[in-house]
Design a protein around this ligand. Structure first.
Ligand code: WQD
Length: 340
């Protein structure tokens, strides 16, 4: 049992990870500024895991508050989710993203050094790969110039951690590069809470089906893919959460093979937008209202992960199917509607 600080732990992936950490016997502490989540997330974590994490609300950009937290609590390791993550918003407000995402990480790493906390899991993203020439994308697939300030903060964040491992012997980091996390807790009582109009496909599908949106627009059906719509490696958020438990336990258990390791988190299978819609209609029985629109700027045609390294080295493999992802997302949307 270890004391794990989860920054951004009331958010979508953070809250599911907090649940899995507690189920695995760890103590969870959460720092979150609630800029993209609500305090009710703690109630959901407590209900679904049986334990309420220690929680403090403040911005990680406030280094004094970060240092005070590390002095007050005994922390064994960190999982760092806290970041702004809307691609389009980052293009409109780049400095907001660089200040928030990078200064927050730097303050956490500084506090780790002072408090001699030596292990951190970093929430990274497959956007670092852009559109790979060769698929599936492995951890050695070249990282390309980011398409957005958001994606750039992930690339710079990884480099910051690499630089810290070079500067500090007792500092280990694992970067987990997520492909497309979707879905919700099997109970349907925890899930993604997008603020405002969703950017991402899955919440837009469920909000259209529940009647919050008129119709889903498919951004392009003229890609060079089997049905013309873009392909992504969708992965259940609970599978992502379980990978974080594996990663933090790997470092705490001294099993890291180097101070900085990278793992792709995907299923290894790509699904098109149309296939996600078909799965949703099949699992829910709902007929989705959609039409085809022009491609969205910045979208890649297709990307999916090589899962060999995560399977063989991390000892983790995605278990949940696309149908389980789409059905769980729908259960969560219906749960939200029942709470209104
Ligand atoms: C998936 C597919 C769209 C909405 C982004 C970030 C990534 C991560 C996940 C944070 C694409 C299509 C979407 C819609 C559509 N975010 N789509 N109609 O763009 O692959 O990845 O979100 O960590 O970092 O880059 O995910 O869900 O936005 O899009 O047709 O209304 O669905 O064109 O092909 P994306 P997405």
């Amino acid at each position: 049992m270890s004391n794990i600080l989860v920054t951004g732990g009331t958010g979508y992936i953070g809250s599911h990870t907090a649940i899995e950490l507690i189920k695995a016997g760890h103590e969870v502490l959460i720092i979150d500024d609630l800029s993209n989540s609500t305090i009710e997330s703690l109630d959901r974590i407590e209900k679904l895991s049986g334990k309420r994490p220690i929680f403090e609300q403040f911005k990680l950009r406030d280094s004094a508050k970060v240092d005070d937290f590390f002095e007050e609590y005994d922390i064994d390791a960190i999982i760092h989710f806290a970041a702004y993550k809307a691609v389009g918003e980052s293009v409109a407000h780049p400095m907001m993203y660089y200040k928030n995402n990078l200064v927050s990480l730097a303050n956490v790493v500084d506090a780790m050094t002072t408090s001699k906390v030596k292990n951190i899991v970093f929430s990274s993203s497959a956007t670092v790969y852009g559109q790979p020439d060769v698929l599936p994308a492995t951890e050695e697939t070249p990282v390309v110039p980011a398409e957005s300030p958001y994606g750039n903060t992930k690339q710079i964040g990884e480099q910051m951690l690499i630089d810290q491992t070079i500067a500090t012997e007792n500092f280990n980091a694992i970067a987990l590069r997520y492909f497309n996390p979707i879905g919700a807790h099997e109970s349907g009582e925890n899930g993604e809470l997008p603020t405002g109009t969703p950017n991402n496909l899955m919440p837009f599908i469920t909000q259209t089906a529940i009647g919050l949106r008129d119709e889903l627009k498919i951004f392009g059906d003229d890609y060079n893919t089997p049905d013309g719509t873009a392909v992504r490696d969708y992965i259940h958020v609970v599978d992502i959460a379980k990978a974080h438990v594996k990663a933090i336990e790997r470092m705490i258990g001294g099993k890291s093979e180097s101070q900085f390791e990278i793992f792709n988190l995907g299923t290894g299978k790509g699904f098109s937008v149309k296939e996600v819609i078909d799965s949703f209609e099949k699992t829910t029985g709902e007929k989705l209202n959609y039409s085809v629109a022009p491609r969205r700027g910045g979208d890649v045609e297709q990307i999916y992960a090589s899962t060999d390294k995560a399977n063989k080295v991390l000892g983790w493999k995605a278990e949940l199917s696309l149908d389980e992802m789409t059905l769980s997302a729908w259960k969560w949307e219906k749960y939200l509607a029942s709470k209104k």
